[in-house]
Design a protein around this ligand. Sequence first.
Ligand SMILES: [Mg+2]
Length: 314
Amino acid sequence: MPSEFQLISQYFHRQRQDDSVILGIGDDAALLQIPEKEVLVATTDTFIVGRHCPERTSAYAIGHKALAVNLSDLAAMGARPRWVLLAISLPDSNEDFLREFSAGLFALADEHGVTVVGGDTTKGALSITITALGTVPRQQALTRHGAQVGDGIYVSGTVGDAGLGLQVALGKTVTLTTEQAAYCQARLDFPQPRLSLGLALRGLASACLDISDGLAQDLGHILQLSNVGADLALDQLPLSSPLKTLPPADTWQLALAAGDDYELCFTLSDENFAKLVAVDVPMTRIGTVSQALGLRLFYQGQPQDIDMTGYQHF
Ligand SMILES: [Mg+2]
């Protein structure tokens, strides 16, 4: 088995021109330059195959997704992603896995100008922990606690696709065309962190988070921390064509309660919406922040009662 040092240097040590990295991989720790007047935004996520993605997921997709979920958290804070630290536990030194995994990870890192500045490999059950670091100007970070009564509630992209992709991956009976199934599986395996949207929302959105555990549950965090409620219009939920092929109850369940979409959900006043610049992802208004606490659902103006239990970690 190649040594830890050999593995890291073979798959994760790359020459990259990045002025913010004073010292990268190779010393005991990295030295990083935070831009003046900005603050460090730090997040970490552990990714366990079989738990956070189906066992059959490709090593390339695992590399992408393990990083994507971390970058999505930075996007939700309005941060610019900069640096990544990576800890991998592997049952054996599987070079095929490392080659594909690192290719998937670096493809996404390069797309967003992120530098890997530290790594650690150990022998053990397959598990990947990534720490992503970004920066944001002081006072401009997006948080979960500022939603105001009357603000619009928005989501990016479409919701429920990854949940439907998981059903496909698990072989549950779903009547989709081959193309629709492939689309949903790609949404599950290759979530796109909405970084440009997060940057555009800086200083404008009153609250923001990324949808990892289901729209209803995650929006609930904003409502709770902001001490407000919400009225949501089910007929406004942005849905892909595969989602629309399902019976309405299944569609709403996936759109509201399935996790892994990694779209942003945010609140914005009408005044600030007018100031928002165009970004590379569509956004849809799905409701309004209310004084009355709790989350109420409507379809064509009629109140609806739907099970909205999202992903439970324990
Ligand atoms: Mg998050």
